[in-house]
Design a protein around this ligand. Sequence first.
Ligand code: AMP
Length: 216
Amino acid sequence: MKLILLGAPGAGKGTVAKLLTKIDGSVQISTGDILRGAVNAGTDLGKEAKAYMDAGDLVPDSLIMGIMEERLQEDDCKNGFLLDGFPRTIPQAEALDVLLDKIGAKLDFVVNLDVPRDVIYDRLTTRRTCENPECQAIYNVKSMPSKVEGICDKCGSKTVQRADETVEAISKRLDTYDEMTAPLADFYDKKGQLFTVVATSSDKVVEEVTKKLGIA
Ligand code: AMP
């Protein structure tokens, strides 16, 4: 499957993407994970991206398109991909159209995860992420705690609150989403590609997406 997962931070894009990868081996491509990996590894890309990310701002389109040009042409994308957190601006969406044409790939559709703002806010402030860049497992202190508080079940590293998940950074990220990314719903709707799902449960989203793909 070739899908874009669109939705505010905390809407569940990553969780839904991980569930969908298990169905047909499509790969999850999360620009946020790629950028955090680069920050942790101290690469030039990471150094350039860090200040934007910590402030809850978007990283410049040119950096993101450089990442995606390379990533989408890797071999594992041939079976399908789930774009998680990309595109995030109209120029990124337009550049993606050109890139998909160039590599001869066609999207199935764009899943728009619709979640009430209070649910998102609560999810993000209670989220904890494994600090190991190779793992990045996600927990929630209320709904999905790790077995030992503060320690990742999968790899034993520390789980931490991301720098961009403080109350101030979250408000900023949600404002950025409303201003820069929410208009993408209209962009894809006009192209007849938008599939909006009320996303309070990830399992329900997966059920609706697979039904629409005709593989349920
Ligand atoms: P995420 O984990 O998807 O919420 O991304 C974390 C942060 O990485 C965002 O707040 C942005 O600073 C940056 N980021 C991730 N994806 C993009 C993108 N497609 N365009 C610009 N910035 C991005």
